[in-house]
Design a protein around this ligand. Structure first.
Ligand code: BEZ
Ligand code: FE
Length: 328
């Protein structure tokens, strides 16, 4: 036999075990699928995690490895294409900061965020549907009394939002907290326009009254593009997709003894309702917005002339009260 200078397999394994670095199964000898080949690639890699001590991590990683290898076998990327994929993920990480989370955006545009949301929010019938949180929620928004205007710069078409929080049987929930935020009439959140919009513009927290009701003033939101100046935006364009989200208002609604929900209401007339870049629209979340044509009603609701009024009361099929005032 010729000499190679290699350490015999048996001796290195023994040394590692003696050092306490590996368990018996960590060496892979119990579940050995052999050397790596194109045919058995996933099995070989999965065998190598036999010693993982967290069973959930082991399950997740085994599934991820299996699907990833199947994907690569289906696509058969060239080395150049694989290099591009690595560069894409590198750029995606490099653009992330306190305000920019490009990986969540990637998950959003691929429908994965909505799928995870659906899996984790299988609610009983009667519960309001949930949708994505998005990156623009800010903790500790100001607490307001009913009727307050969350639009701090007076720009946009005035809107009254009103509704009622109930349990799934329709019984009112008093003391529920609604954390509300939205883009302005040009489609920007305050955090995207620091120094242009007032801090905490179009954000607020409201508490329902004894009848579960809430109401606040705002402005009609506008559709907007998700941040598309990074690798995810480039990918959207390459896939022939636009970056727009239909006009909406965000809500997180919580009450003691109830599971909180993260949701939106959408305006019914938005051109992007059927092609939301992040797949967040559900039919029940399209709210009714009504114009108020009657001057007396507009006055009763505290609206001046040339003002608009809309409102959320909950899922569209069950509530039909919001309104807008037609300019004269
Ligand atoms: C949002 O609605 O604020 C949003 C959701 C997902 C991605 C980007 C923005
Ligand atoms: Fe949004």
């Amino acid at each position: 036999m010729h000499s190679t200078g290699c350490v015999p397999i048996g001796s290195s394994r023994k040394a590692a075990l003696e050092d306490g670095e590996m368990t018996e199964s960590a060496t892979g000898h119990e579940t050995d699928s052999g050397y790596f080949s194109e045919e058995n690639s996933a099995d070989v890699v999965i065998d190598r995690i036999a010693a993982a001590t967290d069973p959930r991590l082991k399950q997740i990683m085994a599934s991820a490895i299996r699907h990833l290898h199947a994907f690569v076998k289906e696509v058969e990327p060239t080395q150049e294409e694989w290099g591009k994929a690595i560069a894409f993920f590198t750029e995606t990480g490099q653009i992330c900061n306190e305000w920019r989370q490009e990986y969540i955006l990637l998950s959003d545009i691929l429908g994965v965020s909505m799928l995870v949301d659906a899996i984790n929010n299988r609610k009983p019938s009667g519960a309001t549907e949930t949708t994505v949180l998005g990156p623009f929620h800010v903790a500790d928004a100001p607490r307001y009394q009913h009727g307050a205007n969350i639009c701090l710069d007076g720009k946009g078409e005035p809107l009254l939002v009103q509704g009622r929080v109930t349990d799934t049987q329709g019984r009112p929930i008093a003391g529920a907290l609604l954390d509300v935020w939205q883009a302005n009439d040009e489609g920007f959140y305050d955090v995207q326009q620091k120094g242009v919009q007032p801090e905490m513009n179009l954000r607020g927290i409201f508490e329902t009254d004894t009848d579960g009701r809430y109401w606040f003033r705002s402005v009609r939101p506008k559709y907007y593009p998700i941040p598309d100046d990074g690798p995810v935006g480039k990918l959207l364009r390459q896939m022939g997709r636009h970056p727009y989200r239909p006009a909406h208002i965000h809500f997180i609604v919580g009450a003691a003894g109830f599971e909180p929900i993260t949701t939106h209401i959408f305006t019914p007339d938005c051109p992007y309702l059927h092609s939301d870049a992040v797949f967040g629209v559900k039919e029940d979340l399209i709210a009714d917005f009504h114009q108020v044509n009657d001057a007396n009603q507009a006055a009763e609701l505290g609206l001046g002339e040339h003002q608009y009024l809309g409102a959320l009361a909950g899922p569209r099929r069950r509530h039909r009260d919001p309104v807008t005032h037609q300019p004269t």
